[in-house]
Design a protein around this ligand. Structure first.
Ligand code: SF4
Ligand code: SF4
Length: 349
């Protein structure tokens, strides 16, 4: 069918697989760029693997199956730049860049943040990536990273699960690639090493890094919640050799009360159509916490435009962080059942 041909053309050859488009195959091709490095920061022995997009038996389903040809055509201005942006991001890993500096003055950091915001970033911070934040069998060029978020439109996301929400998520990924490539070019021009993370998710656990960077806190749905956008956001990273990034003290994350609220709310758990979100995040063998049964989520996600119901129904996405904070903190009976941040990587989707 015409729409299948359009979709196949939009995706790189590496993503095509019998039965549909494999995002895992596409990410694996990008992972192979790491072979250009003789040394990488390694994951912890207990690190978790990256959550696969494909089914456990390796099968996959093309998103085009749920779309009309008109919808497919409307995706062109988003998917084209997204694929191009991801290709450009991968090219930065060709192993040829030699940094000339490793210390940035405050004026450079301020300019970097200004450029990031102008390019579409909503929040930006810094983190020293712990080994537990690096996925099993992956590695990163440097342990310091910039973490930033971009917003997804409320009206479009409110229609989830829908084609419009799917397109908005794809647009979020495209915006991540635009911002990370722009900042990477700027940093390299100034002499610093910079390696953008893959917009779709790559070598590290982005929500975990964003929480450590103090941008927000991970809710019971496993997604980052921030004051600016609730859970209506996407996250990306840039790994860098800058040694004096203004990394916030992880013990001072002021947003961890969010999980106290989650323990009382549990709306995402009730609204998930396939009951894939655990009543309480579960302890994993590696010491981390697991929020979602991925096998239950994946099939509904694949068949329903990427679902996102849990993201949308979250009160932080609906009424906003400030209102939830004021109502919750004004309640003297509000529980404090926070899941501790240490000692291990704790929450994941
Ligand atoms: S819906 Fe409620 S329980 Fe779920 S993440 Fe949002 S605040 Fe937490
Ligand atoms: S994306 Fe949908 S199916 Fe998956 S956990 Fe969220 S609400 Fe459930």
């Amino acid at each position: 069918m015409m729409k299948d041909i359009i979709f196949e053309k939009l995706m790189p050859a590496s993503a095509s697989k019998k039965g549909g488009i494999s995002l895992d195959s596409m990410l694996e091709v990008m992972d192979r760029e790491l072979e250009n490095f003789t040394q990488l920061v390694q994951p912890a022995p207990s690190s978790s693997p990256r959550t696969p997009f494909d089914q456990p038996d390796g099968s996959t389903r093309s998103p085009s199956e749920n779309m009309t040809t008109k919808q497919m055509l409307s995706l062109l201005p988003i998917m084209g730049p997204l694929m191009l942006g991801m290709k450009k991001s991968a090219k930065f890993y060709d192993g040829t860049f030699e940094p000339t500096r490793s210390e940035a003055d405050p004026a450079f950091i301020a300019e970097l943040e200004k450029v990031a915001r102008q390019a579409g970033a909503v929040s930006i911070s810094y983190v020293k990536v712990p080994p537990t934040g690096i996925f099993k069998e992956k590695g990163i060029p440097y342990e310091n990273a910039i973490v930033f978020t971009v917003e997804m439109d409320k009206e479009k996301m409110d229609s989830a699960p829908s084609f419009d929400a799917f397109a908005e998520v794809a647009k979020g990924y495209k915006n991540l690639a635009v911002v990370s490539n722009k900042l990477t070019r700027m940093m390299r021009k100034a002499g610093f090493a910079a390696y953008p993370g893959t917009a779709l998710g790559g070598l590290t656990d982005y929500p975990y890094l964003a929480e450590l960077a103090g941008l927000g806190a991970i809710g019971y749905h496993g997604l980052l919640i921030t004051p600016e956008n609730g859970a209506r956001l996407r996250i990306n990273t840039i790994y860098t050799n800058i040694t004096n990034l203004p990394i916030p003290d992880k013990d001072e994350n002021e947003h961890l009360w969010i999980r106290d609220f989650c323990a009382m709310c549990k709306k995402c758990i009730r609204k998930c159509p396939v009951k894939a979100i655990y009543n309480e995040p579960k302890l994993r063998p590696d010491g981390g916490r697991q929020c979602i049964d991925h096998d239950s989520c994946r099939t509904y996600f694949e068949n329903n435009h990427g679902c996102a119901i849990c993201l949308v129904v979250c009160p932080f996405s609906q009424v906003g962080y400030d209102k939830v904070h004021d109502r919750f903190k004004g309640n003297p009976n509000a529980p404090e059942i926070r899941i501790l941040l240490e000692p291990q990587h704790e929450l994941t989707t």
